[in-house]
Write a protein that binds this ligand. Structure first.
Ligand code: IDP
Ligand code: MG
Length: 156
């Protein structure tokens, strides 16, 4: 099982889309194992996006991400990282396919609603940045045995 870090960005929260976006992940079968509303500090935004420091959009990105509260999620599932990225769609709202979160809910190329970890290494790093030990809960869903085929002893 993988766990991925998702951020519902300030535009998603301000536009009242948090519930609908979280519902898409729940509908898919990904399990919410961590969730909180928070305002990202300058320091945390800088650390989270340090790979983009030299990009022309960096200053605007940090301003945007710290401007208003975000909802941070830890989502778990088999292949959760790639599943969530596919559900998010392409980076730019103007290019993202219909059926994806960015494709269905936005048109902007910078206000693009959602962040998701792009690799297991990124997920491990980002989960540690946004959640304290103990904030991510290992809990058993009542629906688990109908979400995955467990006949072979592992989730299929
Ligand atoms: P991703 O979020 O799809 O992984 P990245 O290329 O990692 O996309 O970029 C991180 C974030 O930086 C994007 O989600 C978006 O908010 C912002 N961003 C990326 N490229 C641009 C751009 O060309 N203009 C404005 N903002 C951008
Ligand atoms: Mg990225």
């Amino acid at each position: 099982m993988e766990t991925t870090l998702i951020i519902l960005k300030p535009d998603a929260v301000q536009r009242g889309l948090s519930g609908r976006i979280i519902s898409r992940f729940e509908d898919k079968g990904l399990q919410v194992v961590g969730m909180k509303l928070m305002q990202i500090s300058q320091q945390l935004a800088a650390t989270h996006y340090e790979a983009h420091q030299s990009k022309p959009f960096y200053a605007g990105l940090v301003r945007f991400m710290t401007s208003s509260p975000v909802v941070v999620l830890a989502l778990r599932g088999n292949g959760a990282i790639a599943i969530a990225r596919n559900m998010m769609g392409a980076t730019f709202g103007s290019k993202a396919n219909p059926g994806t979160i960015r494709g269905d809910f936005g048109v902007s190329n910078s206000f693009n609603l959602i962040h998701g970890s792009d690799s297991p290494e990124a997920a491990e790093r980002e989960l540690k940045l946004f959640f304290q030990p103990g904030d991510v809960l290992n809990w058993t869903r009542a629906s688990e045995t109908w979400v995955y085929d467990m006949a072979g002893g592992k989730p299929e």
